[in-house]
Design a protein around this ligand. Structure first.
Ligand code: UDP
Length: 241
């Protein structure tokens, strides 16, 4: 497969066209940004870690009949993915109170939520990714009611699968962000990435943060945390109790 012209460059990834119809190359960069681009930097080996971790998790999810855009790993920091028409909505799932939820509630950081919360944000940097209600998503024709129901159901299922995957590796899946798109048949498919850039991972017990919050809040040992997540993700599944 040949890499052709650059289709899109974001803060952490680049998408290239290929000579194969409906197949793109997703390249993961070491560049890091936070607070809507106000903080920038580089995390050594982040591209490698995020590519490998995303690939492994996408493969794992496909074993649970969850359709993802992932096709194959091509190199340390690139993967072949299915071309999707992306829905401009970030779907956030939370198991534990952290991040922006703390600013609009009385939850204390680390409080377990009684049920997972699903939230929606408009993918629009210029507007600062504002929160959206389901009604606003439909009203603004970002997707249909059926698509939204599908995304929510998938997000809840993905959470259940990943929560268990990480708990077996002594990691608490605090919250994460997903992005979905339509494939050429109009089916809703999981796109983007699942990595320490897009999830909050806390070590069970100590609560040590092993994700992008180490970069956001200058906690140090950022590269070490990313590498630790990669190592844990690739640990053999322990036998189920
Ligand atoms: N997140 C993301 N991209 C965004 C916003 C959030 O990947 O543009 C992830 C973030 O890493 C966290 C979860 O979504 O795992 C919830 O983020 P939150 O709403 O708390 O916002 P934050 O405080 O991280 O900006």
């Amino acid at each position: 497969m040949k890499k052709k012209k650059k289709l899109y460059e974001g803060k952490a990834k680049i998408l290239y066209e290929t000579d194969v119809a409906n197949v793109m190359i997703q390249e993961f960069k070491d560049d890091a940004t936070a607070f809507n681009g106000k903080k920038t930097g580089r995390i050594k080996n982040k591209g490698y870690v995020n590519n490998q971790v995303s690939a492994h998790l996408f493969r794992f999810l496909s074993g649970y009949y969850i359709d993802t855009h992932f096709i194959d790993v091509l190199s340390e920091n690139t993967m072949a993915v299915k071309r999707l028409d992306m829905i401009p909505v970030e779907v956030v799932v939370r198991n534990v109170a952290a991040g922006s939820l703390l600013k609009r509630s009385d939850y204390k950081e680390g409080e377990e939520l009684k049920v997972p919360l699903v939230e929606y944000f408009l993918k629009d940097d210029a507007k600062g990714d504002p929160m959206l209600t389901p009604e606003e998503i439909i009203e603004q024709s970002l997707c249909t009611e059926k698509d939204l129901r599908m995304m929510k159901n998938l997000a809840i299922k993905i959470n259940a699968v990943l929560k268990l995957f990480f708990s077996r590796r002594n990691i608490k899946l605090v919250d994460f962000k997903l992005e979905f798109g339509w494939d050429e048949e109009g089916k809703i498919v999981l796109g983007d990435e699942i990595s320490p850039d897009t999830c909050r991972f806390w070590e069970e017990g100590s609560g040590e943060k092993l994700d992008k919050d180490r970069f956001r809040f200058d906690l140090g040992d950022v590269e070490k945390a990313y590498e630790e997540i990669r190592r844990r993700v690739f640990l053999e599944e322990t036998a189920e109790a």
